[in-house]
Design a protein around this ligand. Structure first.
Ligand SMILES: [Zn+2]
Ligand SMILES: [Zn+2]
Ligand SMILES: [Zn+2]
Length: 272
């Protein structure tokens, strides 16, 4: 299974276009890995997780053909993850020669919003699927399970657990310290690659709500080992990184590598 990080920033992006902090200024003067677009990922060039405001630019940057994407999983409907306006280009009259259905999976708010925006959509172009927490969807040899996050107040937000051919990817953001039901579901399940977020930086809290701090990432790393999810071969990778962490890519990478954790960058591909 391949995971391709299309974007790795938290909601403001790096640089935040309005911000003059040191991290944003560095991303302007020396872009490279310092520059991050909003978070989204692609599995096997086929299953997309979230659609970021920079979706079309991310595809052009990395040479991805959107016509080969068959499934789009939504974590939640915050605007950095839910740029569904770009899906309008798939509507009849807006896109031509489209013979394949794009399957959309999300919570009730995500799916209702897609139905509203894509009103009158052709069944050949889109299939809207309501994803229910902890209920696995079997799809083309993949097992896709939405787990509950600890994130927005008025919406069930999802973390996606993706399995195929004995390999497993846990896409674990946006979320603060995971809800007990999610830890219980994960217990004993082997994970090859876990993606956590890095939105809050150091804040002194190991179990924050809404987003993860660096203390929470390290606590979650320990808990994943305790529960038997991670072994020596498992990889932990950070995405959804904020300028508020107050570290540039190299600084965060150096800190995290000392804990055996990788820091993703835009365009990174990993094979499990
Ligand atoms: Zn977010
Ligand atoms: Zn900034
Ligand atoms: Zn969010």
């Amino acid at each position: 299974m391949e995971i391709h990080f299309l974007g790795t920033a938290a909601s403001e992006g790096i640089p935040n276009v309005y911000c003059s902090c040191a991290v944003c200024e560095q991303a302007r003067s020396a872009p490279g890995k310092h520059r991050r677009t909003r978070s989204s990922a692609l599995v096997d060039r086929q299953i997309q997780i979230d659609i970021s405001p920079e979706f079309t630019c991310q595809l052009a940057r990395d040479g991805i053909d959107a016509r080969k994407i068959t499934d789009l999983l939504f974590t939640h409907t915050h605007p950095d993850h839910f740029n569904i306006g770009d899906l309008y280009s798939r509507m009849v009259g807006f896109g031509h020669g489209i013979n394949q259905t794009l399957n959309l999976y999300g919570n009730d708010i995500a799916i209702s919003e897609c139905a509203r925006l894509l009103s009158g959509y052709s069944q050949e172009r889109f299939k809207l699927n309501l994803a229910v927490p902890f209920i696995t969807i079997e799809r083309g040899g993949y097992r896709l399970t939405p787990l509950l996050a600890n994130h927005a107040v008025w919406e069930f937000c999802y973390l996606w657990f993706i399995e195929k051919d004995g390999k497993s990817l846990f896409y674990g953001h946006d979320s603060g310290w995971f809800p007990e039901l999610t830890w219980q579901w994960l217990a004993g399940k082997h994970i090859d690659l876990t993606v956590l977020e890095c939105t809050l930086g150091f804040n002194g809290e190991t179990h924050p709500n809404n987003h993860m701090s660096i203390e929470a990432i390290l606590a979650a790393q320990e808990k994943l080992k305790e529960l038997g999810c991670h072994d020596d071969q498992s990889q932990l990778v950070l995405s959804h990184i904020s300028h508020n962490v107050k570290m540039n890519h190299q600084e965060l990478e150096k800190l995290m590598l000392s804990h055996g954790i990788l820091v993703a960058w835009d365009g990174l591909k990993m094979e499990i």
